[in-house]
Design a protein around this ligand. Structure first.
Ligand SMILES: NC(=O)c1ccc[n+]([C@@H]2O[C@H](COP(=O)([O-])OP(=O)(O)OC[C@H]3O[C@@H](n4cnc5c(N)ncnc54)[C@H](OP(=O)(O)O)[C@@H]3O)[C@@H](O)[C@H]2O)c1
Length: 222
């Protein structure tokens, strides 16, 4: 099942979290990219409004992901999963999505010989962070990077901006505050979801076969 870099040709992308802000941008770009013949979208619920010619949807139970593992194959897996502390209600529920499910998807890459993994983390991710969000992202990165997957891209965007379908008060306030913060010398810049998705796609098409962490300023500067 595993592919060596020598015999490598990218053909099918697997996307988890495709219904989110970054995931939707990525699906749109994959659909228009001739390198990819098929997109396998893993979903945990029905998403009727997502429909493209190349798109094949597969409903999975992330609690029991390996029961459907044999049906999942491709050359690259893009993980755009994530929840918010508010939606998750408890720290354990938050970690279930942002750590456990991501870890499962990474292990699936090992099991199914998927040679490239592109995963969303966040600027500030650190196992030492006192904040649950950044600590969880840091732990996720550490665990994923330990796995024997030939190419791992970890993306650390700062605040994401784009055409979000839901209203998030904190993110809206922060986005509006950025120009003011910059007047006071802060170097903070938001990361457009479309720029991030294009960056993920470009990196995935390069056959680097190494593990890298990309900071937000690298993503926004291309
Ligand atoms: N928002 C920011 O400013 C920001 C900044 C830096 C990094 N990030 C990170 O970037 C990633 C993507 O962000 P985003 O804003 O695109 O996320 P988003 O719009 O909230 O989308 C998240 C995706 O994860 C899926 N998901 C959520 N809970 C799930 C569950 N219990 N089981 C299975 N799937 C679940 C969602 O599916 P449904 O919608 O179908 O439920 C959706 O497809 C996240 O890891 C986030 O932490 C975000």
């Amino acid at each position: 099942m595993s592919q060596t870099p020598e015999s490598f040709r990218i053909r099918r992308a697997i996307v988890a979290g495709g219904s989110g802000l970054v995931g939707r941008e990525l699906l749109r770009l994959l659909e228009g990219d001739s390198h990819f013949e098929e997109i396998l979208l893993l979903t945990h619920r029905e998403i009727p409004d997502l429909d493209f010619p190349k798109l094949k949807k597969m409903q999975v139970d992330y609690e029991d992901l390996f029961s459907t593992a044999e049906a999942i194959s491709g050359e690259v897996l893009f993980c755009c999963l994530g929840t918010t502390r508010k939606k998750a209600k408890t720290p354990a529920e938050f970690q279930k999505v942002d750590l456990d499910y991501v870890r499962k998807l990474a292990r699936l890459c090992v099991y199914r010989g998927i040679p490239k993994l592109s995963v969303l983390s966040a600027e500030g991710a650190s196992t030492q962070s006192p904040f649950l969000y950044f600590k969880t992202k840091g732990e996720m990165e550490r665990e994923v990077l330990e796995l024997p997957i030939p190419q791992i891209d970890i993306l650390r965007p700062s605040l994401l901006v784009g055409n979000r379908r839901e209203f998030r008060l904190g993110e809206t306030i922060l986005a509006k505050a950025i120009p003011i913060l910059r007047c006071f010398g802060a170097k903070f810049e938001a990361c457009p979801a479309s720029t991030l998705a294009q960056f993920m796609l470009n990196r995935a098409k390069e056959d680097r076969f190494r593990k890298e962490v990309f900071r937000s300023n690298e993503i926004t500067s291309g």
